[in-house]
Design a protein around this ligand. Sequence first.
Ligand code: GDP
Ligand code: IMO
Ligand code: MG
Length: 430
Amino acid sequence: MDCTCVVGLQWGDEAKGKIVDLLTADHHIVVRYNGGANAGHTIVKNGKTYKLSLLPTGILSSHMQAVIGNGVVVNPVRFLEEVTNLRAADIAVSGENLVLSSHAHLIFPYHVEEERLAEFGSPQAIGTTGRGIGPCYQDKLSRTNGIRVGELLYPDHLRDRLRYIVPRKNTLLRALSPEAETFDADALCAEYLGYAEQMKPHIADTFQLLHKALKSGKRLLFEAAQGSLLDIDHGTFPYVTSSSSSTTGIWSGSGVPAKNLTRIIGIIKAYTSRVGRGPFPTELDDGPTGLGETIRRIGREYGTVTGRPRRCGWLDLVAVRYSATLAGADEVTVMLLDVLSALDELKICTAYELDGQRIDYFPGDAFLLERCKPVYETLPGWRCDISSVRKPSDLPAAARRYVERIAELVQLPVSIVSVGPDREQTIMMK
Ligand code: GDP
Ligand code: IMO
Ligand code: MG
């Protein structure tokens, strides 16, 4: 019963991938339980940079078994592309070390088209990654339109399902736009049966696999995608993703009950970033010479999946306190602290003002959060390079104070501070 979860406490891109990579030595199995190829996890390992979207980053460690749980939505093209890229980078991938749940749902091209039509030019657009994630989860919940990975292994059954679903999808797509791309059920079936042939060695009942592993004393590492503030139920709805991206998704997305979790590590950046639309009270939207752009440039804040510039702003600890409570975090890690080294002073949001009232809680609705003005506490910057610091005592006093203040305000210990993308650029605080 030794399970760890690495979960983002902001709006994604907190550098979860780096922490997962650091933890692999202590675990046997890494499990993705939510999202799909909307995630973008970058890991710098032995001088090489790896970018993974759909596959768990833990697969980069040769002793780890990587599991894609039932809560994930899988585009076979992306799955096979990532497998090919890993092999090209000399990472061994087989049916043994990469296992895909037969109950995960499949993304089809009509999902991507549906999302494109819903998002394009819409004043209510979410600013999604365009990977078909939302429409696929919609079809899962609709039940009649959802197709699971395991169904790929039964050609006649798959053909029947697609012959029922695709005409309904075409009707919907044409209603959304007369120029919509439409699809042929038999052609799609043939295409997906081709993928099935290549994916077959990986497809398994991951519920059985994970529970057998737990019984035999194996240690599991859950790798969340996205961040808790993008959680479908608890995030800044409607500007969220379509899955349970906090620890809330582990039980349903893998079949492993939450009581098995012994360590929940909440990941935060030393500041805040967000891609796509939605409220962001501490955003520094201050033009091409402003602090927001400075943070974006130094932190290389451009989306891994879409290349979009990430919106950047001050650390919002009202939001983090909320998401740490939601996730049940035992500790937090402060990532990308080095990015703030150029700034004279730093601000931390400790409360909001909502319609003239000071509040210290996070409103769970986008339309209310939009009206919140941040209340800041200002701390001095340290104005020196910290990227080669490896011990807490070697951090400049102002950087130590900044980290300590985070711990005080979130009321959780800070276990790790990261001062660069490399594995070595890590300070163990305990
Ligand atoms: P994830 O989606 O949460 O795994 O995060 P991303 O990979 O999307 O974004 C984090 C980015 O920050 C990646 O490019 C990492 O290589 C990089 N990174 C991780 N830790 C640090 C750090 O401490 N300092 C700096 N400067 N970059 C970091
Ligand atoms: P990682 O795992 C940051 C955002 C999108 C959009 C919203 C909905 O790298 O932290 P979707 O395509 O999921 O329907 O888009 O969610 N989003 C992310 N933002 N990091 C991610 O993943 C994200 N995955 C989705 O930008 O605002
Ligand atoms: Mg990312």
